[in-house]
Design a protein around this ligand. Structure first.
Ligand SMILES: Nc1nc2c(c(=O)[nH]1)N[C@H]1C(S)=C(S)[C@@H](COP(=O)(O)O)O[C@H]1N2
Ligand SMILES: [Mo]
Length: 250
């Protein structure tokens, strides 16, 4: 691509992105503009994400499920609180939803199971260079967050996890536009059975456009925030604090 055009696209991308962030509906609904942006190689993924025009991530037939899905990172959190929940079969697990919401919530697993759910068979890609296909069922994050009601200032959702890894608590962040994507779920089942401890019991995120480290396991709290620079190392996630791209995606 020649330099002047690239420069034009970059500029257009920046202004469109800021309009989209400001909530400009016109852009997201103008099919020609969406098509032009989606086709522009330099903008592609980030602009699609920003204007909320992202297609579904690829889904697979049951026959493609990996027989033995690898577990990675924390596979049995050492934290005493978590181990007490394991011992009681997660009977008292509560998901807190708070921060910039109209109505803070403390939900039981039964209440989460009663929310609108989705099942999807997708490929998990870890940056360490392995992939596995699995089936996930869980509550739609849009429904969950919708129940609490996001305040206007809310821009991101912080997912706090129960495990300590290398001395720090694991956490992740998602932008609101990713939270409302139909394939973004808080999963409680994997391959048709309850989620197991190695894979994040009792609740783990599936945000299918993102790499493995984004798929937070052992989720115990969702906090709506307008910034996250005061949380953890300030980069929006356990691995982001260690240099990974917050939008590392597929
Ligand atoms: N809470 C928590 N979530 C986590 C991790 C972790 O260590 N702790 N590891 C991440 C990484 S790097 C990967 S690849 C996936 C692994 O998910 P799996 O164990 O189900 O394969 O979980 C992600 N989510
Ligand atoms: Mo990973």
């Amino acid at each position: 691509m020649n330099p002047p055009r690239r420069g034009w696209l970059k500029g257009a991308g920046a202004s469109i992105a800021s309009l989209a962030l400001a909530g400009c509906d016109k852009i997201a609904t103008d099919p020609n503009l969406v098509k032009a942006l989606a086709g522009a190689e330099v903008l592609n993924r980030r602009v699609q994400r920003l204007i909320g025009a992202r297609a579904l991530a690829r889904e697979f037939p049951r026959a493609d499920i990996t027989p033995s899905f690898r577990a990675n990172g924390s596979t049995n959190p050492p934290d005493a609180d978590y181990q007490a929940h394991v011992a009681s079969g997660f009977a008292d697990w509560t998901l807190i939803v708070d921060g910039l919401v109209e109505k803070p919530l403390a939900l039981s697993l039964a209440e989460i199971r009663a929310l609108p759910a989705r099942t999807q068979i997708t490929r998990h890609d870890c940056v360490e260079g392995w992939s596995c296909i699995g089936e996930w069922t869980g509550a739609k994050m849009a429904a969950l967050v919708g129940l609490a009601g996001l305040k206007k200032q809310a821009k991101h959702i912080v997912l706090y996890c129960a495990d300590t890894l290398g001395g720090s608590k694991y956490y992740e962040t998602l932008d609101v536009v990713d939270v409302v994507h139909p394939q973004t779920i808080l999963a409680y089942e994997m391959n048709g059975g309850p989620l197991t401890v190695p894979h994040g019991a009792p609740l783990r995120l599936r945000a299918e456009h993102y790499l493995g480290y984004k798929q937070a396991k052992y989720v115990m709290r969702l906090e709506a925030v307008d910034r996250f620079d005061h949380i953890g190392g300030g980069q929006g996630g356990y691995w982001e604090d260690r240099g990974y791209d917050r939008f590392g995606g597929i």
